[in-house]
Design a protein around this ligand. Sequence first.
Ligand SMILES: *Cc1c(COP(=O)(O)O)cnc(C)c1O
Length: 416
Amino acid sequence: MENEKKKDTFPRIQASASSLRTSNPIREVVDRIDTSQMNKNKPMIPLSIGDPTVFGNLNACEEAIQAVVEVTKSCQANGYPKAVGMVEARSAVAQEFSTCHCPLTAADVILTSGCSHALQLCLEVLLEPGKNVLIPNPGFPLYKTICDYIGAEARSYALLPEKEWQIDLEHLRSLIDSNTKAILINNPSNPCGAVYPESHLKEILEIAQVAKLPIIADEIYHQIVFPGNESIPIASLSQVVPVLSVGGLAKRFLVPGWRLGWIIIHDRHNALAQVREGLERLSTLIMGANSLVQAALPNIMKNVSNSWHLSVLRSLHMQANYSYERLSHMVGLEPVMPQGSMYIMVGIQVTKFVDIESDIDFSQKLLNEESVFVLPGQCFGAKNYFRIVFCAPMDKLAEAYNRMSEFCTRHVRTVQ
Ligand SMILES: *Cc1c(COP(=O)(O)O)cnc(C)c1O
């Protein structure tokens, strides 16, 4: 009997150390939030996930959908593309991002499975255990997740809320050492909604040039900027500093599930020759991005009109303004007006509340009592802030802010 039982067992299979040290800060914080005590009388309003398609009010452009339908029906794009991507699609990206100061060709573009994959390739090609990269704080959690996996250090530089989330340049400079391999910037930014002016981008370039470091520029929100701000790819401002710019279709074209991103290699004086080879080699790991979306890319870029992009932008700008306006009238909250993207960061003045101890506590109680889900700032390294994704339709936003306002009034300390 004992022997029989032993036969049915199997020794435990070990997972690799690199897989087990891979951690996603959003998951870790969100998993600590208990959704079981949610107020069942109020339908849930999720303002938590950075996916513009959640509510169905922001839809992909008809021309983009048509382009994918056509290549699918043609049966001409069912095979393996080249690992770095189809040349026509890479040309389309090169053309879109070329300027007279930085002309690009298909050879400067590598297509990837979303911008996340582009970030992974850029970090993998530059880093290894013992090395570090400088990343923004507050910032997009994936940067650290990828570094954890590689076994390299993600070193956080501070962004300053009082300076519209520009980089604390002194702090950035102080973190550089002989093991630093790159400076990663995110502009326009998630979660802050910051858009850097030309002068600030030049200051960052200056630091990179002196330290002889390449820049990884996460520019997935390129062009998603509100009136009065300019969306400037950092590579367009330097003839010297090498830049790996990453982007993709996800946010600007409202199709995150299509999984198409890119790396644009802005090489200066052949500084990136070996990096380019490394990136090409790494791209073979997954044999290239989705063939249908790649094949449709030239028509997506050509046929989706500027007026469609402008109408999406008008809508996001209205949602941003409305969010800021409502939030700035709530006791105990300090929103920072975004200059672009789909996010607004809101400061919590914990001392003004009777029983709110932290951003996690705020998010948990708001969810329990009002069924409104926002992400605590700690997901992004920002204690006592929370992030709102303002993509929801206006009536949903209005309802969410009505509930949030009542919540704040209920929990705020009454003046003696
Ligand atoms: C959404 C997002 C990405 C990832 O984009 P995908 O193309 O969906 O992988 C990368 N960086 C930032 C800052 C983002 O917000």
